[in-house]
Design a protein around this ligand. Sequence first.
Ligand code: FES
Length: 339
Amino acid sequence: MASWKVRLTPGDHEFRVEGEESVLESALRAGVSVGYGCRSGNCGDCRARVLSGEVRKVRPHDYVFNEAEKLAGYALMCSVTPASDLVIEMDVAAGPDQIPLQQITTTVRGMERPNPQVLIMRMQTPRTRRLRFLAGQQVRLSMDDGSPGSTQPLANCPCDDRNLVLHLSADPRDPFIARCFDQVENGEQVEVEGPLGHFVLPDETPRPLLFLACNTGFAPVRSLVENVLAQEITEEIDLIWVADKATGHYQDNLCRSWQDAFDNVHYQAVDWKSGMGMDALSARLRTALAGIDEPARRHCFISGPGEFVQMAREVTLATGILPDHQRVQEMPQATVNPG
Ligand code: FES
Protein backbone atom coordinates (compact mmCIF):
# COMPACT_ATOMS: atom_id res chain seq x y z
CA MET A 1 0.00 0.00 0.00
CA ALA A 2 1.33 3.44 -0.95
CA SER A 3 2.27 5.73 1.93
CA TRP A 4 3.30 9.35 1.35
CA LYS A 5 4.43 12.08 3.70
CA VAL A 6 2.54 15.40 3.67
CA ARG A 7 3.84 18.59 5.27
CA LEU A 8 1.55 21.60 5.73
CA THR A 9 2.91 25.13 5.67
CA PRO A 10 2.82 27.58 7.41
CA GLY A 11 3.50 25.66 10.63
CA ASP A 12 5.10 22.27 11.00
CA HIS A 13 2.25 19.78 10.74
CA GLU A 14 3.27 16.51 9.15
CA PHE A 15 1.32 13.30 8.61
CA ARG A 16 1.23 10.29 6.31
CA VAL A 17 -1.45 9.38 3.78
CA GLU A 18 -2.00 5.67 3.27
CA GLY A 19 -3.50 3.98 0.20
CA GLU A 20 -6.37 5.83 -1.46
CA GLU A 21 -7.19 8.06 1.52
CA SER A 22 -7.69 11.73 0.66
CA VAL A 23 -5.28 14.31 2.06
CA LEU A 24 -8.19 15.78 4.07
CA GLU A 25 -9.16 12.42 5.62
CA SER A 26 -5.57 11.78 6.67
CA ALA A 27 -5.17 15.28 8.11
CA LEU A 28 -8.30 14.86 10.24
CA ARG A 29 -7.25 11.38 11.36
CA ALA A 30 -3.91 12.90 12.41
CA GLY A 31 -5.76 15.50 14.49
CA VAL A 32 -4.81 18.44 12.25
CA SER A 33 -7.67 20.94 12.12
CA VAL A 34 -7.59 22.10 8.50
CA GLY A 35 -10.39 24.10 6.89
CA TYR A 36 -13.15 22.22 5.06
CA GLY A 37 -16.91 22.09 4.62
CA CYS A 38 -18.70 19.35 2.70
CA ARG A 39 -16.00 16.69 2.24
CA SER A 40 -17.65 15.88 -1.08
CA GLY A 41 -16.10 18.25 -3.62
CA ASN A 42 -18.83 20.91 -3.62
CA CYS A 43 -17.97 23.83 -1.36
CA GLY A 44 -14.30 24.46 -2.23
CA ASP A 45 -13.44 25.19 1.42
CA CYS A 46 -10.69 22.56 1.45
CA ARG A 47 -8.84 23.96 -1.56
CA ALA A 48 -5.14 24.38 -0.96
CA ARG A 49 -2.01 25.07 -3.00
CA VAL A 50 0.35 22.20 -3.72
CA LEU A 51 3.83 23.71 -3.39
CA SER A 52 5.76 20.56 -4.21
CA GLY A 53 4.92 17.01 -5.25
CA GLU A 54 2.09 15.46 -7.25
CA VAL A 55 -1.52 14.69 -6.35
CA ARG A 56 -3.95 12.24 -7.92
CA LYS A 57 -7.73 12.67 -8.04
CA VAL A 58 -9.56 9.91 -6.12
CA ARG A 59 -13.11 11.21 -6.45
CA PRO A 60 -14.90 13.56 -8.83
CA HIS A 61 -15.87 17.04 -7.64
CA ASP A 62 -18.39 19.70 -8.69
CA TYR A 63 -16.35 22.66 -7.48
CA VAL A 64 -14.85 24.56 -10.44
CA PHE A 65 -11.44 26.24 -10.12
CA ASN A 66 -10.91 29.57 -11.82
CA GLU A 67 -7.93 30.02 -14.13
CA ALA A 68 -5.78 31.75 -11.50
CA GLU A 69 -6.34 28.89 -9.05
CA LYS A 70 -5.47 26.33 -11.69
CA LEU A 71 -2.25 28.15 -12.59
CA ALA A 72 -1.30 28.51 -8.92
CA GLY A 73 -1.59 24.73 -8.40
CA TYR A 74 -4.69 24.56 -6.22
CA ALA A 75 -6.39 21.21 -5.56
CA LEU A 76 -9.32 20.03 -3.41
CA MET A 77 -7.90 18.15 -0.45
CA CYS A 78 -11.09 16.10 -0.02
CA SER A 79 -10.77 14.79 -3.58
CA VAL A 80 -7.07 14.06 -4.05
CA THR A 81 -4.49 11.68 -2.64
CA PRO A 82 -0.70 12.11 -2.92
CA ALA A 83 1.22 10.58 -5.82
CA SER A 84 4.48 11.57 -4.09
CA ASP A 85 5.55 13.28 -0.87
CA LEU A 86 3.86 16.68 -0.69
CA VAL A 87 4.28 20.18 0.69
CA ILE A 88 0.94 21.99 0.81
CA GLU A 89 0.07 25.57 1.70
CA MET A 90 -3.00 25.25 3.90
CA ASP A 91 -4.27 27.08 6.97
CA VAL A 92 -4.57 25.06 10.16
CA ALA A 93 -6.68 26.27 13.10
CA ALA A 94 -4.25 27.01 15.93
CA GLY A 95 -6.97 26.41 18.52
CA PRO A 96 -10.71 26.09 19.08
CA ASP A 97 -11.29 29.84 18.70
CA GLN A 98 -10.20 29.72 15.05
CA ILE A 99 -12.85 27.21 14.00
CA PRO A 100 -15.92 29.01 12.63
CA LEU A 101 -19.27 28.57 14.39
CA GLN A 102 -21.48 26.37 12.20
CA GLN A 103 -25.22 25.68 12.17
CA ILE A 104 -26.38 22.37 10.76
CA THR A 105 -29.74 20.60 10.72
CA THR A 106 -29.14 16.97 11.64
CA THR A 107 -31.40 13.91 11.61
CA VAL A 108 -31.68 11.48 14.51
CA ARG A 109 -30.42 8.11 13.27
CA GLY A 110 -30.21 6.00 16.39
CA MET A 111 -31.23 5.85 20.04
CA GLU A 112 -29.72 3.39 22.47
CA ARG A 113 -30.60 3.00 26.16
CA PRO A 114 -27.84 1.05 27.91
CA ASN A 115 -29.81 1.62 31.14
CA PRO A 116 -32.67 3.90 32.32
CA GLN A 117 -30.24 6.71 33.26
CA VAL A 118 -28.38 6.97 29.94
CA LEU A 119 -29.46 7.66 26.36
CA ILE A 120 -26.95 7.45 23.50
CA MET A 121 -28.33 9.49 20.61
CA ARG A 122 -26.80 9.48 17.12
CA MET A 123 -27.46 12.31 14.68
CA GLN A 124 -26.36 12.56 11.07
CA THR A 125 -25.56 15.70 9.11
CA PRO A 126 -26.71 16.07 5.47
CA ARG A 127 -24.36 14.42 2.96
CA THR A 128 -23.01 17.81 1.86
CA ARG A 129 -22.45 19.32 5.33
CA ARG A 130 -20.05 18.24 8.05
CA LEU A 131 -19.40 19.66 11.49
CA ARG A 132 -15.82 20.81 11.81
CA PHE A 133 -14.79 20.51 15.47
CA LEU A 134 -11.99 19.40 17.78
CA ALA A 135 -12.20 16.29 19.94
CA GLY A 136 -13.72 17.15 23.34
CA GLN A 137 -15.83 20.12 22.16
CA GLN A 138 -19.55 20.73 22.73
CA VAL A 139 -22.53 21.76 20.61
CA ARG A 140 -25.73 23.69 21.29
CA LEU A 141 -28.81 21.60 20.44
CA SER A 142 -32.38 22.62 19.80
CA MET A 143 -35.59 21.48 18.08
CA ASP A 144 -37.40 23.66 15.58
CA ASP A 145 -40.54 23.85 17.79
CA GLY A 146 -39.02 26.60 19.93
CA SER A 147 -38.64 24.41 23.03
CA PRO A 148 -35.56 25.11 25.20
CA GLY A 149 -32.27 23.75 23.92
CA SER A 150 -29.27 22.23 25.68
CA THR A 151 -25.48 22.32 25.35
CA GLN A 152 -23.80 18.91 25.34
CA PRO A 153 -20.36 17.49 24.49
CA LEU A 154 -19.91 15.28 21.45
CA ALA A 155 -18.73 11.72 22.07
CA ASN A 156 -17.44 10.95 18.58
CA CYS A 157 -14.03 11.52 17.00
CA PRO A 158 -13.86 14.58 14.68
CA CYS A 159 -12.64 12.18 11.98
CA ASP A 160 -16.28 11.00 11.77
CA ASP A 161 -17.73 14.49 11.40
CA ARG A 162 -21.03 13.37 9.85
CA ASN A 163 -22.22 11.01 12.57
CA LEU A 164 -22.52 13.02 15.78
CA VAL A 165 -23.04 11.16 19.05
CA LEU A 166 -24.39 12.39 22.40
CA HIS A 167 -24.37 10.59 25.76
CA LEU A 168 -27.35 12.08 27.59
CA SER A 169 -27.96 11.60 31.30
CA ALA A 170 -31.61 11.70 32.44
CA ASP A 171 -32.20 15.09 34.04
CA PRO A 172 -35.77 16.26 34.66
CA ARG A 173 -34.55 19.86 35.00
CA ASP A 174 -33.42 19.92 31.33
CA PRO A 175 -36.48 20.01 29.03
CA PHE A 176 -34.40 19.14 25.95
CA ILE A 177 -33.02 16.00 27.58
CA ALA A 178 -36.42 15.07 28.98
CA ARG A 179 -37.86 15.34 25.48
CA CYS A 180 -35.05 13.20 24.01
CA PHE A 181 -35.72 10.49 26.60
CA ASP A 182 -39.51 10.50 26.21
CA GLN A 183 -40.47 11.63 22.73
CA VAL A 184 -37.70 11.91 20.15
CA GLU A 185 -37.67 9.22 17.48
CA ASN A 186 -35.46 8.28 14.57
CA GLY A 187 -35.91 10.68 11.65
CA GLU A 188 -36.58 13.78 13.78
CA GLN A 189 -34.51 16.86 13.12
CA VAL A 190 -32.18 18.47 15.65
CA GLU A 191 -30.48 21.82 15.09
CA VAL A 192 -26.80 21.73 15.97
CA GLU A 193 -24.69 24.85 16.53
CA GLY A 194 -20.99 24.65 17.32
CA PRO A 195 -18.32 23.87 18.07
CA LEU A 196 -18.00 25.33 21.57
CA GLY A 197 -15.54 24.99 24.42
CA HIS A 198 -11.83 24.52 25.09
CA PHE A 199 -11.71 20.96 26.45
CA VAL A 200 -9.32 19.99 23.64
CA LEU A 201 -5.90 18.42 23.21
CA PRO A 202 -3.01 20.87 23.59
CA ASP A 203 -1.24 21.81 20.38
CA GLU A 204 2.25 21.07 21.67
CA THR A 205 4.77 18.30 22.17
CA PRO A 206 2.89 15.16 23.19
CA ARG A 207 2.95 14.30 26.89
CA PRO A 208 1.50 11.31 28.68
CA LEU A 209 -2.21 11.80 29.18
CA LEU A 210 -4.58 11.24 32.09
CA PHE A 211 -8.36 11.21 31.59
CA LEU A 212 -10.72 11.30 34.57
CA ALA A 213 -14.39 10.93 33.71
CA CYS A 214 -17.43 10.70 35.94
CA ASN A 215 -20.75 9.28 34.70
CA THR A 216 -21.64 10.68 31.23
CA GLY A 217 -18.60 12.95 31.51
CA PHE A 218 -17.18 9.97 29.66
CA ALA A 219 -18.65 11.42 26.41
CA PRO A 220 -16.00 14.09 25.61
CA VAL A 221 -13.30 11.79 27.00
CA ARG A 222 -14.34 9.12 24.50
CA SER A 223 -14.00 11.70 21.69
CA LEU A 224 -10.52 12.67 22.92
CA VAL A 225 -9.27 9.11 23.41
CA GLU A 226 -10.48 8.04 19.95
CA ASN A 227 -8.78 11.07 18.45
CA VAL A 228 -5.52 10.34 20.28
CA LEU A 229 -5.59 6.67 19.24
CA ALA A 230 -6.19 7.68 15.60
CA GLN A 231 -3.03 9.81 15.81
CA GLU A 232 -1.05 6.75 16.91
CA ILE A 233 0.44 8.66 19.85
CA THR A 234 2.77 6.35 21.76
CA GLU A 235 2.81 8.26 25.06
CA GLU A 236 1.14 6.58 28.05
CA ILE A 237 -2.64 7.11 28.28
CA ASP A 238 -4.50 6.42 31.53
CA LEU A 239 -8.27 6.52 31.74
CA ILE A 240 -10.10 6.41 35.06
CA TRP A 241 -13.89 6.28 34.76
CA VAL A 242 -15.92 6.80 37.92
CA ALA A 243 -19.58 5.80 37.62
CA ASP A 244 -22.42 5.59 40.10
CA LYS A 245 -24.85 2.68 40.18
CA ALA A 246 -27.53 4.41 38.09
CA THR A 247 -25.19 5.43 35.25
CA GLY A 248 -22.82 2.46 35.29
CA HIS A 249 -19.78 2.03 33.05
CA TYR A 250 -22.08 1.82 30.05
CA GLN A 251 -19.21 1.47 27.54
CA ASP A 252 -16.90 -0.58 29.71
CA ASN A 253 -16.25 -3.10 26.91
CA LEU A 254 -15.02 -0.35 24.61
CA CYS A 255 -12.55 0.91 27.25
CA ARG A 256 -11.31 -2.63 27.85
CA SER A 257 -10.89 -3.14 24.09
CA TRP A 258 -8.69 -0.01 23.92
CA GLN A 259 -6.58 -1.41 26.75
CA ASP A 260 -6.29 -4.80 25.03
CA ALA A 261 -5.41 -3.33 21.62
CA PHE A 262 -2.88 -0.66 22.69
CA ASP A 263 0.08 -1.31 25.00
CA ASN A 264 0.12 2.34 26.10
CA VAL A 265 -3.56 2.50 27.17
CA HIS A 266 -4.54 1.66 30.77
CA TYR A 267 -8.11 1.70 32.04
CA GLN A 268 -9.56 1.63 35.55
CA ALA A 269 -13.29 1.48 36.27
CA VAL A 270 -14.09 2.95 39.69
CA ASP A 271 -17.48 2.34 41.27
CA TRP A 272 -19.08 5.25 43.05
CA LYS A 273 -20.82 3.06 45.59
CA SER A 274 -24.26 3.84 47.00
CA GLY A 275 -24.11 6.34 49.83
CA MET A 276 -20.42 7.14 49.24
CA GLY A 277 -19.77 10.86 49.83
CA MET A 278 -17.29 13.06 47.99
CA ASP A 279 -14.57 12.49 50.64
CA ALA A 280 -14.75 8.74 50.27
CA LEU A 281 -14.79 9.08 46.47
CA SER A 282 -11.73 11.32 46.67
CA ALA A 283 -9.91 8.57 48.63
CA ARG A 284 -10.81 6.02 45.92
CA LEU A 285 -9.51 8.37 43.25
CA ARG A 286 -6.22 8.83 45.13
CA THR A 287 -5.87 5.04 45.29
CA ALA A 288 -6.51 4.75 41.54
CA LEU A 289 -3.96 7.50 40.79
CA ALA A 290 -1.33 5.84 42.99
CA GLY A 291 -0.84 3.16 40.32
CA ILE A 292 -0.06 5.66 37.52
CA ASP A 293 3.49 6.32 36.32
CA GLU A 294 4.82 9.88 36.49
CA PRO A 295 1.51 11.67 37.13
CA ALA A 296 3.29 15.04 37.37
CA ARG A 297 4.29 14.85 33.67
CA ARG A 298 0.73 14.36 32.49
CA HIS A 299 -1.73 16.51 30.68
CA CYS A 300 -4.91 15.86 32.63
CA PHE A 301 -8.52 16.02 31.41
CA ILE A 302 -11.35 15.96 33.97
CA SER A 303 -14.98 15.69 32.92
CA GLY A 304 -18.10 15.14 34.98
CA PRO A 305 -20.58 16.83 37.31
CA GLY A 306 -19.30 20.06 38.92
CA GLU A 307 -18.76 18.56 42.38
CA PHE A 308 -16.67 15.74 40.93
CA VAL A 309 -14.61 18.07 38.74
CA GLN A 310 -13.76 20.26 41.71
CA MET A 311 -12.71 17.30 43.84
CA ALA A 312 -10.71 15.66 41.01
CA ARG A 313 -8.88 18.93 40.32
CA GLU A 314 -7.65 19.07 43.91
CA VAL A 315 -6.66 15.41 43.93
CA THR A 316 -4.70 15.65 40.67
CA LEU A 317 -3.00 18.93 41.64
CA ALA A 318 -1.79 17.13 44.77
CA THR A 319 -0.07 14.53 42.53
CA GLY A 320 2.06 17.33 41.03
CA ILE A 321 0.12 17.95 37.80
CA LEU A 322 0.52 21.61 36.88
CA PRO A 323 -2.63 23.77 36.71
CA ASP A 324 -1.66 24.70 33.13
CA HIS A 325 -1.74 21.02 32.23
CA GLN A 326 -5.29 20.52 33.50
CA ARG A 327 -8.41 20.91 31.36
CA VAL A 328 -11.85 20.51 32.84
CA GLN A 329 -15.34 20.03 31.49
CA GLU A 330 -18.27 20.43 33.85
CA MET A 331 -21.14 18.39 32.51
CA PRO A 332 -24.46 20.20 32.21
CA GLN A 333 -26.21 17.74 34.52
CA ALA A 334 -27.09 17.19 38.14
CA THR A 335 -24.83 14.84 40.09
CA VAL A 336 -26.75 11.60 40.17
CA ASN A 337 -27.44 10.73 43.77
CA PRO A 338 -25.39 7.70 44.60
CA GLY A 339 -27.77 6.69 47.40
S1 FES B 1 -14.61 20.05 1.77
FE1 FES B 1 -16.00 20.92 0.36
S2 FES B 1 -14.94 20.75 -1.50
FE2 FES B 1 -13.64 19.71 -0.12
